[in-house]
Design a protein around this ligand. Structure first.
Ligand code: 9MJ
Length: 676
């Protein structure tokens, strides 16, 4: 703080800055400053407010962290009722809706449909007076809800103060509060670790988080709010002429609105949108349970009016459910690369989340206990996003008389070695190591995989075939395979056999990080492998490193260090490594000192098509020179390397004034760093 700035001026300045940064980060997904800078300013504001409590205002960003628990929620009456939506479960039902709409309108009354994803969360209302958030409420029964102002304040994408201009003195905005899938997985992962009860799905987790009387708990949950309407008072009807215009205004005032909104001409446009979003569904970062179609023009909405609690001008076209009930027929035990034994639920096949599912993970034995599940039970399966199907609940009261408990095996189902449960771990492990066929097989699959040795054409099924035919026992055996042997395998012709041999040959030229990752050392993922390679620069130096020396590597802690040390101490592993090197596996040398990392501390983004190499090769090379390679462009990006046909990232870089180079420029940088 400079002497000429008074505490209230500085507090106001900090509030404005923090509002801007959090809008950029949480609503626009375009961070302007590093997190550390935000935190610094936030703490400065907290300190001023602690010293001058009179400066603490309800719209201060410091109010997002939650406060003292309430004893109960107050009731809120919705001046304008909060509506629900009718559902359509098929194309026919959607077309019926469209016919009903048109039959109520005069022939010449033309209109459009606004299409948007239907978020699966909790509907909420936000009230702003003179641009400041003064109240947040749940929908309740549509007439009366609960006052959850303190909780809503903690939701980062809810503006505490409106941006821009032109908002009415009193503005009521409605939308959906939800938990993105990643936040849901994170909350459940920590609950699982702590042995606590899990949430069944993101919707329940969002509801549970908003129901907290202690807003500090709500603040710890990464909720978001996407807004989809303005509740227009009688004297505000002139504010906007259409739903899409209302959303545009909301975005200008700082609200998060769906970036997927689209206005179409007719019901065929709606159906095309539905099909398109159904395709995209698994890749979205949040759960959606359908599409909402709304007549866009507010004048036409008024003509149509309401029936009971739902508008006649809108409908929710539902997607296939992401949760279904089915029977648990049996439980099998799968042994992974590291010997971890995973219980897998064998199900009566069930259509869920758009596919037929007959297996689901049960994670581990603690999970089985937590769920209290028995063979024969009716269970609820959830399949959402790219996550493998999960068993989330047992349907109590539907347990058949002949239900059987799931017994914890004592021996490995594959090699019969004893299983052990290391203290403090939830997983059961096979002690067979490489004696165990399952561990060997999974290890070979990992070795061949794209981010490891990247052996083109050597997929999981083929590895199973090779092991079963007795052609390979270790990864080193792969390089002794001959086309004539391979051609004899089922579903393998001479040509594919030759291709595989060529792919094996090609894979021999690799990098040290890839090679280390491919070895499948426990807890050594891609990032750790890269850190190890850059730190030790040679395999020989890594192999002879003590646990203490390993601890000096970025992100390597005592557990990882002990796994690495133990790996190289096993004679068999040493033999396999020697055999791989003898077979001709090799990599370019890594420069000896870290100052050979000319891009250390820089963030790069790759976009467009490169001619000379794939984007992932370019990424690896940039990382070898010390750069961090990010997926999106922000003000923090140091350089964007744009190949041919680069699109939005290039545009954004230009808008933000970030340095852009073409492929030739990239090649020059890589050559200079010794990567080409
Ligand atoms: C959801 N859940 O995403 C509405 N909704 O409109 C959207 N819900 C809605 N609109 C009127 N996008 C009542 C409910």
């Amino acid at each position: 703080m400079t002497n000429s700035t008074s505490p209230d001026q500085r507090a106001a300045e900090l509030r404005d800055q923090l509002h801007l940064y959090s809008h950029q980060y949480y609503v626009l997904d375009q961070p302007l400053v590093p997190d550390a800078e935000y935190d610094r300013l936030f703490r400065e504001l907290q300190a001023i407010e602690a010293e001058h409590p009179e400066l603490r205002s309800p719209d201060s960003p410091t109010q997002r962290v939650g406060g003292e628990p309430l004893s109960a929620f107050k009731t809120v009456r919705h001046e304008i009722p909060m509506l629900s939506l009718d559902n359509a479960f098929s194309e026919d039902e959607l077309r019926d809706f469209d016919r009903r709409v048109r039959s109520r309108l005069a022939d010449e009354q033309s209109f459009h449909y606004a299409c948007e994803p239907k978020l699966d969360g909790i509907a909420a209302s936000l009230l702003y007076v003179d641009g400041i958030l003064v109240r947040g409420a749940t929908r309740g029964d549509g007439q009366q809800g609960e006052d959850i102002t303190e909780n809503v304040r903690t939701v980062a994408s809810v503006p505490l103060k409106l941006r821009g201009a032109g908002w009415p003195d009193e503005l009521e905005v409605r939308g959906e509060i939800y938990l993105p899938r990643a936040g849901f997985e994170k909350i459940n992962a920590s609950a699982r670790e702590a042995g606590n009860k899990l949430f069944v799905n993101p919707r329940n987790a969002a509801a549970g988080s908003l129901r907290q009387l202690d807003s500090r708990i709500t603040a710890s949950r990464p909720l978001e709010m996407c807004c989809y309407s303005i509740a227009l008072r009688d004297d505000q009807q002139e504010l906007v002429a259409s739903h899409s215009e209302a959303l545009e205004k909301l975005a200008q005032w700082g609200f998060l609105v769906s970036p997927l909104l689209k206005v179409v001409d007719d019901i065929d446009g709606c159906l095309a949108y539905y099909r398109d979003l159904l395709q995209q569904r698994d890749g979205l970062p949040y759960d959606i349970d359908g599409i909402v179609f709304k007549v866009d023009e507010l004048a036409v909405q008024q003509t149509l009016g309401f029936v009971s609690r739902a508008p006649r001008w809108a409908i929710a076209h539902k997607f296939p459910a992401q949760e279904e009930m089915t029977t648990l027929k049996d439980v099998e035990f799968q042994v992974g690369r590291t010997g971890a034994v995973t219980p897998v639920a064998k199900l009566e096949p069930v259509f869920v989340g758009g596919v037929t599912v007959s297996n689901a993970t049960l994670h581990n034995f603690d999970e089985i206990q937590r769920l209290g599940v028995m063979i024969g039970d009716q269970i609820i399966i959830r399949r959402a996003g790219d996550v493998i199907p999960q068993v989330v609940q047992v349907v109590e009261g539907k347990r058949p008389a002949d239900a059987r408990p799931i017994l914890v095996p004592e021996n490995c189902p594959v090699c019969d070695s004893p299983l052990e449960k290391p203290p403090g771990e939830a997983v059961l492990r096979c002690t067979g190591g490489l004696i165990c066929g399952a561990q060997r097989r999974e290890g070979i699959k990992h070795f061949a995989s794209r981010k490891a040795m990247d052996i083109d054409g050597l997929g999981d099924k083929l590895v199973d075939q090779l092991v079963e035919a007795g052609l390979i026992e270790t990864v080193a055996d792969l390089f002794r395979l001959e086309a004539s042997q391979l051609a004899e395998l089922e579903r393998m012709g001479q040509k594919s056999a030759e291709n595989l041999v060529a792919a094996l040959e090609k894979s021999k030229q690799t990098t040290l990080p890839r090679f280390l990752f491919a070895l499948g050392i426990r807890e050594v993922g891609e990032a750790t492998a890269r850190n190890l390679a850059l730190h030790f620069t040679t395999l020989a130096a890594l192999k002879s490193a003590s646990e203490e020396a390993l601890l000096a590597v970025t992100d390597v802690g005592p557990i990882v260090a002990s796994h690495i040390h133990a790996f190289f101490a096993v004679a068999h592993n040493q033999e396999v490594i020697d055999a791989l090197l003898a077979a001709g596996v090799h990599w370019p040398e890594i420069a000896q000192n870290v100052s050979a990392q000319p891009l250390a501390g820089q963030t790069w983004v790759l976009t467009g098509n490169l001619d000379r190499m794939t984007r992932s090769e370019a990424k690896e090379k940039l990382q070898a020179l010390g750069a961090k390679v990010a997926g999106s462009v922000s003000a923090k990006t140091d350089c964007v390397a744009a190949g041919a046909a680069a699109g939005s990232k290039l545009k954004k870089a230009e808008e933000l004034g970030v340095k852009v180079i073409d492929e030739e420029g990239l090649i020059a940088v890589l050559k200079q760093g010794g990567q080409l």
